[in-house]
Write a protein that binds this ligand. Structure first.
Ligand code: UGA
Length: 442
């Protein structure tokens, strides 16, 4: 099937590559000419396991192409998928300028019936706005004869496993009121729906809301667990034992109950804030969501507070090794990463940070540039040299089993503050390392 994807960001590029891989003919369009040019040369703008090969192979096979030519792109696709960004506006609500700009281009350029699929995370009611925008333009053009439909088809991929998530989705949510559109959408996703039925059909507004409800539910689990971890510390209990104890209840489950430094990334923080705005916009007080956000904001400072308390507020001139900059493993993304709050607080207090991350070093450099109090180290071992303590902000696999002997020798003092509970406190004690973690006895 001929398909066009607007917006070659995370969601757009992964979804386009996966749809090309199963045999669809995909044109990707973006306003960023440099990005388009690089993609046509096989340079992938993001780090995502498996994506490079997928894009290159399908590009070479002629099933995917990248362009800035919106008119040709509109012409190409029977389905026009919009995956442009919905960044937070100043008040936290989703900024729809890119979504509506795509609608405008489609309205101006379409010459045949189209199905417009909204992939971006958009507030309930956005598909209706897209619909009236396109209808308005078609009216101006005197082309009300051109039929079109707007479908909500939110994306649930996770950074770091985006390709796998897209290849084998838990569910495919399709919001449409039209049987004809449903048939085409089922055809589009048929390759992903073979062994068991993953498609869940619903109305447009419920599909838009499902995306927010899913992310906010997951964010709620995390904030709840972080709250429990703070309480466990004060009650002399061990949150890791509690986690295993409650996770074994299938109604709770083991997923997304890991305490840590709070959720980051491009989705949870933005979506929780946006849903709060949406709720307030309809005169409803979202008490749970507000608490989820507040707990998360505070959680990002928990490790700094432990460090500051330990050193009695005397951090000036001290050096800290920091393992992990990305907001989670397997990505180079540092958007809303807890590591940033930690580093910035340390700098504010006059400390030096020696940081290492397997993928996010360049990103860190892009964000903070050259500064005297940040040393980006080539290896995790180099970051330890002469530091007053090791701090852990991201649970990358390569941090899980380091040589504790080497660690003790390299650090100035045998001291660890772990924001991700990577190690067993008893093992740390055996290695003569003083270990502070989240929700466990010091
Ligand atoms: C999230 C959702 O998991 C996806 O389903 C969704 O499609 C995506 O947002 C989106 O809306 O586009 P993502 O932001 O890539 O995906 O990352 P997650 O793996 O969900 O992690 C989010 C944050 O929660 C990370 O900072 C992670 O460290 C934190 N987290 C996660 C915890 O602190 N504890 C946990 O138990 C799980």
């Amino acid at each position: 099937m001929n398909l066009t994807v607007f917006g070659i960001g995370y969601v757009g590029l992964v979804q386009a590559a996966v749809l090309a891989e199963v045999g669809h003919d995909v044109t990707c369009v973006d306003v960023d000419a440099e990005k388009v040019e690089r993609l046509n040369q096989g340079i992938i703008p993001i780090y995502e396991p498996g994506l490079d090969g997928l894009v290159r192979e399908n590009h070479a096979a002629g099933r995917i192409r990248f362009t800035t030519d919106a008119a040709a792109a509109v012409k190409h696709g029977r389905i026009l998928m919009s995956a442009v960004g919905t960044p937070p506006g100043e008040d936290g609500s989703a900024d729809l300028q890119y979504v509506l700009a795509v609608a405008e281009v489609i309205g101006r350029e379409m010459e045949a019936p189209k199905i417009i699929v909204s992939k971006s995370t958009v507030p309930v009611g956005t598909c209706d706005r897209i619909k009236s925008k396109i209808a308005g333009i078609l009216k101006e053009r005197g082309r009300e004869d051109l039929a079109f439909d707007v479908v909500s088809n939110p994306e649930f991929l996770k950074e770091g496993s985006a390709v796998a998530d897209c290849m084998k989705p838990d569910r495919i949510i399709i919001g449409t009121g039209s049987e004809k559109t449903e048939k085409v959408m089922r055809e589009l996703y048929a390759p992903f729906n073979r062994n068991h039925d993953r498609i869940i059909m619903m109305d447009v507004r419920s599909a838009e809301f499902t995306k927010y409800a899913a992310n906010c539910m997951l964010a709620t689990k995390i904030s709840f667990m972080n709250e429990m971890s703070n309480l466990a510390e004060r009650l002399d209990a061990d949150i890791e034992a509690v986690r295993r104890g409650i996770g074994s209840d299938p109604r709770i489950g083991y997923d997304f109950i890991y305490p840590g430094l709070g959720y980051g990334g491009s989705c949870f923080p933005k979506d929780v804030r946006a849903l709060i705005k949406t709720a307030e916009g309809v005169g409803f007080e979202p008490r749970v969501l507000k608490a989820v956000e507040e707990r998360n904001d505070e959680q990002k400072s928990v490790l700094f507070e432990k460090i500051n308390r330990y050193f009695n507020g005397d951090l000036k001139g001290r050096t800290f090794a920091l393992w992990g900059l990305a907001f989670k493993p397997n990505t180079d993304d540092m958007r809303e990463a807890p590591s940033r709050v930690l580093m910035e607080a340390l700098w504010q207090a006059g400390a030096l940070v020696q940081a290492f991350d397997p993928e996010a070093m360049q990103e860190c450099q892009n964000i903070y540039g050259q500064r005297d109090d940040l040393l980006l180290c080539g290896t995790k071992e180099a970051a330890l040299r002469g530091a007053d303590a090791l701090l852990i902000a991201t649970e990358w696999k390569i941090f899980r089993a380091p040589s504790f002997e080497q660690m003790r020798e390299a650090l100035k003092a045998p001291l660890i503050f772990d924001g991700r509970n990577l190690y067993d406190p008893e093992v740390m004690a055996r290695h003569g390392l003083e270990y502070h973690s989240i929700g466990r006895k010091a």
